[in-house]
Design a protein around this ligand. Structure first.
Ligand code: A3P
Length: 326
């Protein structure tokens, strides 16, 4: 029998069982044997009951802010690096383990009254995310927001540009979205970040292999923008959350911002920061046409998915994107 120091032993082990090098965290509370050996100061309440999964640029910050106004709902503690988003399930943070994640959801004496959630807009299109979320939170409810994928791509481009990204500042939106596979890598990366999350049906199908469609609530991002009270009422129904919170008293359209904002007192509202609801020129017609063509099969698949799951309310943006067939 041979042995070796721990690190070497681990290397040999993972050479033999490479699949196991990629951990999948399960929920200790789902197995009495695990719960028995778990530290006493850990609590099953330190996990979210629902997730807002994105995708980016669809209004996720507005939804996050509106949800946080609800007295029975609490979000995670902020992350020092990614602010309100934990981004646990999609990237390197996953390898930090369960304790790291659970520390974002502290339990105190009235924790059971809290309906914890987290919003990480990068979850929507992450390859491994649905599998990982399901392993840890099989009963979690999921909320996604969809807007026209063309609009989403443009908003992402503007976001990157506003952050001083060299590629976004050196290439027009049209150049980015039409960049070929032989283009320089940073340009292809930006193109992919603009285009890939918008292949909604593909990503939703992946979530639906792990979660029943009744666990997934799809918000029309245009409705969130124009009628947030109605959207929040539907969200409350979906979550079956009590008490019912009257958002009419807490959200008001702010003409200066051009969006709904939180009512603070009488005339005062608190809107999202400058990076949300940016002012930028409209998308060029040729880019819009290009993207409508690009997303045609994806949008068609999305309509099918909606119908298959008994969702008769096809968003107007989806009908419009499809009606402008080339
Ligand atoms: P733009 O800045 O391109 O207009 P996210 O929070 O997911 O990054 O999404 C940002 C988008 O949320 C904004 O994109 C904006 O259109 C949209 N949005 C929806 N409701 C909003 C609100 N009440 N305040 C500000 N932005 C809102």
């Amino acid at each position: 029998l041979l042995s070796a120091p721990p690190l070497q032993l681990a290397e040999s082990y993972f050479k033999l069982y490479p699949v196991e090098a990629d951990p999948v965290w399960g929920n200790p509370c789902d197995d009495p044997r695990h719960q028995k050996i778990w530290s006493r100061n850990k609590s099953c309440d330190s996990l979210p009951k629902f997730l807002v999964i994105g995708p980016q640029k669809t209004g996720t910050t507005a939804l996050y802010t509106f949800l946080s106004l609800h007295p029975a709902i609490a979000s995670n503690l902020p992350s020092p690096t990614t602010f309100e988003e934990i981004q646990f399930f999609n990237a390197h943070n996953y390898l930090r383990g369960l304790d790291w994640y659970m520390d974002f959801f502290p339990t105190d004496s009235n924790s059971s009254a809290r309906y914890y959630f987290e919003k990480s807009a990068t979850y929507f299109d992450g390859e491994l995310v649905p599998k990982r979320v399901h392993a840890l939170l099989p009963r979690a409810k999921l909320i996604t927001i969809l807007i026209s994928p063309a609009k989403r791509a443009y908003s992402w481009y503007q976001h990157t540009k506003a952050h001083g990204d060299i590629i976004a500042n050196n290439y027009s939106f049209h150049q980015v979205i039409t960049a070929s596979d032989t283009a320089p890598k940073p340009l292809r990366d930006l193109r992919n970040r603009c285009l890939n999350p918008g292949k909604y049906a593909q990503h939703l199908e992946r979530w639906m292999t792990y979660f029943p469609s009744t666990y997934i609530h799809i918000i029309d991002g245009e409705e969130l923008k124009n009628s947030p009270v109605e959207v929040m009422n539907e969200v409350q129904k979906f979550l079956k959350i009590m008490p019912f919170f009257n958002y009419t008293e807490h959200l008001r359209f702010d003409p200066k911002k051009g969006f709904y904002c939180q009512v603070i007192t009488g005339d005062h509202t608190k809107c999202l920061g400058r990076s949300k609801g940016r002012q930028y020129p409209p998308m060029e017609e040729k880019s819009l046409k290009y993207l409508q063509r690009y997303y045609l099969s994806h949008n068609t698949a999305l309509v099918k998915l909606f119908k298959k799951n008994g969702n008769r309310n096809i968003p107007n943006w989806l009908k419009e994107d499809l009606s402008d067939k080339p």
